[in-house]
Design a protein around this ligand. Structure first.
Ligand code: SF4
Length: 212
């Protein structure tokens, strides 16, 4: 069976979506955000939603958030690769890592990419969709599909499932297409962004020595 090309789906969807449409973009970290911004901010009125209760400590959560905020400033000051159609906004969901840590420990031995991650995606996209619904956003999406360590198919399936609850529609993406991940590394280096060495939960630290 042919795999669905979610990047193509995004491009086709955008042809029918008017410029200036409100998009709530879940953001996991600044490095992943770099490339996604180049694909979205000229078309959408983008608000970033930083909702990442999966991150193991408040310090690490804050460090990633500070870098997102720094990148937003660069973009809004006209010093980025693309000029946004509207200033990019940033909304932060308060950190509450306890609930995630409680249930995720039952799946501590799983490698990255299995059930624990699917639940983690559902939690973060669910938080994003809820905020989008309450605040009249037209679409919601996530930066997570840019990572070569994240299953874009699964992320899109989770997004479509959450969309059924009503409210904001899911914008399908696969930002890792067109060398998106490689470009995110180039941009992260260019803007001297902090690149973490693990995905987020403490279980993803095991054996991790590469930057993500
Ligand atoms: S490895 Fe990453 S995606 Fe998977 S559960 Fe941990 S924080 Fe979430």
């Amino acid at each position: 069976m042919n795999k669905i090309n979610y990047d193509k789906k995004m491009q086709n969807a955008m042809k029918k979506i008017p410029v200036g449409t409100k998009l709530l973009l879940h953001v996991c970290c600044a490095p992943c955000l770099t490339y996604c911004l180049t694909r979205l901010v000229e078309h959408f009125d983008v608000t970033l939603y930083y909702a990442n209760d999966n991150i193991d400590t408040k310090d690490e959560w804050q460090k990633r958030l500070d870098e997102v905020a720094r990148l937003v400033d660069v973009v809004n000051n006209g010093k980025y690769e693309v000029v946004p159609s509207c200033p990019v906004k940033l909304v932060v969901k308060d950190y509450n890592g306890e609930h995630f840590a409680m249930w995720a420990r039952h799946f501590a031995d799983q490698p990255e990419g299995e059930y624990r991650c699917t639940r983690c995606f559902a939690m973060r996209l669910g938080d994003t969709h809820e905020y989008a619904r309450k605040n009249a956003f037209d679409y919601f999406a996530t930066t997570l599909t840019v990572s070569q360590y994240k299953n874009s198919e699964m992320l899109n399936l989770v997004g479509y499932e959450i969309e059924k609850e009503g409210g904001a529609k899911w914008l399908p993406t696969d930002f890792k297409k067109n060398y998106g991940y490689d470009q995110s590394i180039v941009l992260s280096n260019k803007y001297e962004l902090y690149r973490q060495h693990y995905c987020g939960c403490k279980f993803s630290k095991v054996g991790e020595e590469i930057e993500k």
